[in-house]
Design a protein around this ligand. Structure first.
Ligand code: VG1
Ligand code: CO
Length: 542
């Protein structure tokens, strides 16, 4: 029996950079989740008889949310839900399953790298038929719907037991419970030279993969240890926990510090990697060599032809605006086009669908390719391993060779978290106000080449996305960028991105923060962030 339940709209259900993210306690309010799920269905047109993929990163409230959403799907006339066993699916796995099964979309319950647990964050991402995050047009329609919603549909039905693969029903709707790893593992096997990687491990190559108590644990254990023969225990923190062991599952130098310390120490394994809450990010650290995500994108692009999936070459490369220009240099060398998009994976979808690019990346540890429509943490790790196996060189050697050839883009991000919303927007406002007069002027001996608020014209569908972050570029090729984060749940976060280019033959062995000292000083001189938000310095440096 379909029940129509009266509801009242909530303020602020606007999806951010990657879905709707709020505190768990906000999601637990009466009908809060229901309103958003119904708004997704309402904004999707006629969905009766269609199928949908569902899964989450296992964080607190995942189980409740999936059961609620499945009952609503049944009431809204869907014919089938494909759901991961125990309600688990990584974001890249959902993207693949949508494409593989040709369904109209997928719902991912995750707040990605944000902390979990009853006092942590929860989130909902909606992906469309191409497997990618819903583009702005759709997230806007969902948001509009959340403001006018008056009712949602559900059915009375007991929870479905998701603990074993198999088939169940809610009313007429079929629930297909699948192993979360199988299809994804098959895809990885098609893309990469598993034989070469297996030989590498068989020859004694050592690795540590930190799953950060999040979703990639089962994926990495199966693929790295069971299929590729990496030593047992290679994958650590491999069991997804509702609170990620009390830590933020964010694979950066702060939250994955244990991995970093290990990789920089005397007994470091040959290769280190980590992924985030929902498995779409990656951190790569070689023995004694951290690789920035921006550099990783460039190095993967330069060597991708060594993997079977990309042996024919790349169609083009795309990177988000704040990501360093390291990949641009590779695109130039390869004679292929480079695209610069706003932050967030949803902007890559059109370029991938139109076969304009094969590989995409973001400075925030996101890299991916045309194999799906999301960034993909394990994919990046496997491509690195494939390259290491083929080149018979370690990460450090590959990185220094790359810099010798292309030069090095020193790069760092300084985050100011938990700011007062008003103060943070004031900083942005003031800066916007003075952009017009900046080009051509000199500050501390550095001449400004351009200063603007980034606006993107999608070359495929002609849509325009404005106010995507402030860029100030200098005559020497260095650059500072400032934007407000769209994934936080409390207060505001300002992200300051710093970049300086050191050409081939230059000093590529400097400490990153020291190398960027002039840009750090220029940012404060031009942007007055510290004074504006009353902080001594950034809360997180990556
Ligand atoms: C951050 C990153 C961005 C990434 C987004 C989602 O957004 O900067 O590059 O796409 O998170 O990542 P923001 O607006 O906070 O800067 V995740 O792994 O959700 O899915
Ligand atoms: Co993520």
């Amino acid at each position: 029996m379909i029940k129509e339940i009266a509801t009242r709209s909530y303020q602020g259900q606007k999806p951010g950079t990657s879905g709707l993210r709020k505190r768990v306690k906000v999601f637990q309010q009466t009908n809060y989740l229901e309103n958003f799920i119904q708004s997704i269905f309402d904004a999707s047109g006629d969905i009766s008889g269609q199928a949908l993929v569902m899964g989450g990163d296992g964080r607190y409230f995942n189980h409740e949310a999936i059961q609620i959403a499945m009952r609503m799907a049944a009431a809204n006339g869907l014919a089938k839900i494909i759901v991961g066993q125990d309600g688990l699916l990584s974001t890249p796995a959902v993207s693949h399953l949508i494409r593989h099964n040709q369904v109209f979309g997928g719902i991912i319950f995750s707040a990605s790298h944000n902390p979990g647990g009853p006092d942590g964050d929860f989130g909902v991402k909606f992906n469309i038929a191409n497997g990618g995050p819903a583009p702005e047009k759709i997230t806007e329609a969902i948001f509009a719907r959340t403001r006018e919603i008056r009712r949602f549909l559900t059915v009375e039905a007991p929870d479905v037991d998701l603990s074993k693969p198999g088939t169940a029903h809610i009313g007429k709707m079929q629930v297909q419970i699948i192993d979360p790893v199988n299809d994804y593992a098959d895809l990885m096997q098609e893309l990469f030279d598993f034989e070469a990687i297996s030989e590498l491990f068989a020859a004694g190559f050592t690795m540590r993969f930190d799953a950060m108590h999040a979703i990639t644990g089962p994926y990495a254990t199966r693929i790295l240890e069971q299929m590729l023969g990496a030593k047992k225990g290679t994958v650590v923190n491999a069991t997804p926990l509702p609170d990620f062991g009390g830590e933020a599952p964010d694979p950066n130098l702060v939250h994955a510090k244990a991995l970093y310390d290990l990789m920089m120490g005397e007994n470091a394994p040959d290769f280190g990697a980590a992924s985030d809450g929902d498995g779409d990010r990656n951190l790569i650290i070689g023995k004694g060599q951290f690789v920035t995500p921006s550099d990783s994108l460039a190095m993967l692009a330069a060597n991708a032809h060594l993997a079977p999936a990309y042996k024919g070459g790349l169609l083009g490369i795309a990177r988000s605006m704040p990501t360093s220009a390291a990949a641009d240099l590779v695109a130039k060398e390869l004679g292929i086009k480079m695209y610069e998009t706003p932050t967030g994976w949803k902007y890559f979808g059109n370029l991938l669908d139109a076969n304009r690019v094969s590989i995409c990346g973001e400075e925030s540890s996101g890299t991916g390719s045309s194999h799906i429509r999301e960034k993909d943490g394990l994919w990046a790790v496997l491509l690195w391993l494939n390259i290491v196996a083929k080149r018979k060189q370690g990460v450090k050697q590959i990185a220094s060779g790359h810099w010798q050839k292309y030069g090095r883009n020193y790069y760092s991000r300084h985050d100011y978290e938990g700011l007062d919303n008003e103060q943070a927007s004031q900083v942005m406002q003031k800066l916007r106000g003075k952009l017009d007069g900046l080009a051509g002027r000199e500050f501390s001996g550095h001449k400004i080449a351009y200063a603007d608020d980034f606006s993107y014209l999608d070359p495929v569908d002609g849509s325009v996305s404005s106010n995507q972050g402030i860029r100030i570029g200098f005559a020497d090729g260095s650059r500072i960028v400032l934007r407000l984060s769209g994934t936080g749940t409390v207060g505001a976060t300002l992200r300051l991105y710093l970049e300086r280019y050191e050409p081939p033959g230059g000093d590529h062995d400097q400490d990153t923060q020291a190398a960027l000292a002039p840009q750090i000083a220029l940012a404060e001189e031009l942007m007055a962030i510290r004074a504006g938000v009353g902080r001594q310095g950034p809360s997180v440096i990556t």
